[in-house]
Design a protein around this ligand. Structure first.
Ligand code: FAD
Length: 368
């Protein structure tokens, strides 16, 4: 038998695990944080290369309407003022996102918001029964926007044809009849001035962290070290897939260092045509204007089907998977020494602010 040495073993040094560890340590609890990767930060991790903060697991933009969460995250790093205005590239023509008057002018040359509305209404059709994503999207924004800006991108992202995807994936497709390229409607938005990793260095200060350490590499040993486990990995793996495998979408990142100052003039360009295999090209230096002279770093993001051997990035919250998940959740709720949290533990398509809220909510129940 091993000696119980910690109050909490925290599996995963992502934002859920790190917020929980910080709050527990603040209340005098002892924690051991382990992560199978060789760095802290989970998917928010940024690595400084040639002075550029490289978003290693895809572009991350912090945004929230919740002032409490905004003030909380600002305790751990300083944020630059940042407004996310990505651009879409369809067959070498550029369009502003989200769909707004700039986009409509680029698509149709129309300047009058009322004529834009007429154009969209003309194309919406009047299907009485909507049975898939394609019909849902056309009924919301019409066929031109669907063909140019939605179809190819969505099919690459999900690895399925839009007319085979459930309509529930698209609940809202906001159409803005103003010249406003701000992607998010939230009150607070920002980019950490020194990259996201800074947040984790500050959250985990004074807490024991072991990297390149897989919980499943020696599960019994790790279980024996602590009174309770906070697990932020895939919930289906925790239960050895006994109710079946949950579906995830995965990604492959193709990154190149280029000897030039500026490759595409913007942090994110979405490629919306199905002829291009990747969905986005990220030029990291434009997030915070850092970096050495004469160098830029560019990443192409390729969506992939998730398998047992790929990194699970996006939960696929359709009916079938949610049903499987509920079985796992029910079982986890019966384990009084285990807390499941985060995007993979809760199998939810959470953004960063939602994961922080979920961790703080758990802290308020668990640590009073
Ligand atoms: P994670 O960050 O996944 O952390 C879990 C950690 O657990 C990982 O480090 C993993 O290595 C570790 N782990 C798993 N299994 C084990 C094991 N067996 N042993 C040890 N360690 C283990 N959110 C936004 O708000 N804005 C955005 O713009 C945005 N963009 C995104 C873009 C992409 C491409 C992706 C994938 C996500 C994006 N998100 C964004 C979501 C955001 O990344 C997540 O909400 C957040 O990082 C999830 O935190 P987490 O702690 O739940 O999980």
């Amino acid at each position: 038998m091993f000696e119980v040495m910690y109050d909490y073993l925290i599996v995963g040094a992502g934002i859920y695990g790190s917020v929980f560890a910080y709050e527990a340590a603040k209340r005098g609890k002892t924690c051991l944080v382990i992560d199978k990767r060789n760095h802290i930060g989970g998917n928010m991790y940024t690595e400084r290369v040639h002075g550029i903060n490289v978003h290693k697991y895809g572009p991350h933009i912090f945004h929230t309407n919740d002032e409490k969460i905004w003030n909380y995250i600002n305790k751990f790093t300083s944020f630059n003022q940042f407004v996310y205005n990505p651009v879409a590239n369809y067959e070498d023509r550029l369009y502003n996102l989200p769909f707004n008057m700039h986009t409509f002018y680029q698509l149709w040359g129309i300047k009058d918001p009322n004529l834009v509305l007429d154009k969209i209404n003309e194309q919406k059709g009047n299907a009485e029964v909507i049975s898939n994503l394609e019909e849902q999207a056309i009924s919301m924004v019409g066929s031109d926007i669907y063909e140019v800006l939605i179809k190819g991108y969505t099919e690459k992202q999900w690895g399925k044809k839009c007319n085979e995807l459930p309509k529930s994936i698209i609940k809202r497709l906001p159409v803005r009849l103003t010249f406003n390229n701000n992607y998010f409607n939230d009150k607070f938005q920002g980019m950490p001035a020194n990259g996201y990793t800074d947040i984790f260095i500050n959250l985990l200060k004074g807490i024991e962290v072991r990297l390149a350490t897989d919980y499943f590499g020696n599960r019994d040993y790790f279980n024996s070290l602590a009174r309770k486990i906070v697990y932020t990995g895939p919930i289906d793996k925790f239960f050895d897939y006994k109710y079946g495998q949950l579906e995830y979408r995965s990604l492959e990142f193709e990154t190149n260092v280029l000897n030039m100052n500026n490759y595409q003039g913007i942090y994110v360009m979405n490629y919306t045509s199905s002829k291009i295999p990747y969905t986005r090209v990220i030029e990291h230096k434009h997030f915070d204007n850092n970096g050495d002279e004469g160098i830029t770093i560019v990443t192409k993001e390729h969506p992939k089907t998730g398998t047992i051997n790929t990194e699970p990035y996006y939960p696929v919250n359709d009916e079938k998977n949610n049903k499987i998940f509920l079985q796992y959740r029910k079982e986890s709720e019966m384990l009084h020494n285990v807390i499941m949290g985060g995007r993979l533990g809760e199998y939810k398509y959470y953004d960063m602010h939602q994961v922080i809220a979920s961790a703080l909510n758990m802290v308020s129940k668990e640590l009073l």
